[in-house]
Design a protein around this ligand. Sequence first.
Ligand code: PRP
Length: 235
Amino acid sequence: MRVCEALTAMLTIALSKGRIFDETLPLLAAAGIAPIEDPETSRKLIIGSNRSDVRFIIVRASDVPTYVQHGAADLGVAGKDVLLEHGGEGLYQPVDLGIGRCRMVVAAKASFDYGGALKRGARLSVATKYVMTAREHFAAKGMHVDLIKLYGSMELAPLVGLADAIVDLVSSGNTLKANDLVAVEDIMPISARLIVNPASLKLKRDTVQPVLDAIARSAPGTVDARSPVRAPNSA
Ligand code: PRP
């Protein structure tokens, strides 16, 4: 019985290494939570915290929603880009954390006449790892495109003739510039969301709710981030 209780009370937070991890740390600190190891230097995939009832799992950014959806993690932090591709099924997305901000854009070689191609109704090939978002974007514009799925380094595709354009994230713009590409269309602003397993929010409310509230209060983001998050039918 005691073992069971200890397991249900354990809070698992899924994070990816890099910018999301770094920018989530101050929000977790506001909830009194700090990891005891740095995932950049540790090879461990499960990392403890200063609290015996909180631990982290370190996963690929695109896998964060899957771990939370299936309850292998109670909470996670994932970019809107990743959540749109995942579909958001089985997840609460209560808080826009306002971290990891960037933009999703269409980009092409500076020498490519994207506007002209649109006017002519040309059928473009577009390389991206964001196929769901790209499909929706071009469909809404009534454009026919052939999407080519890639897993990274999309900027290479137009340079070697794999695609006419790419759909990718832009932050500083340095990667586009270094590869002689330009953003030709803005798709949407991107930031990271806190995601929650609905069952965890109900069954572990005493542990989960204070953490959610503290993170929401300290998030630099939006009005959303200030709203309290409650499980459905919670008292
Ligand atoms: C992202 C994105 C761009 C780059 C943009 O890539 O896909 O390539 O960052 O950043 P910038 O505008 O500041 O140059 P990431 O490093 O995540 O690797 P990826 O190629 O695997 O997507």
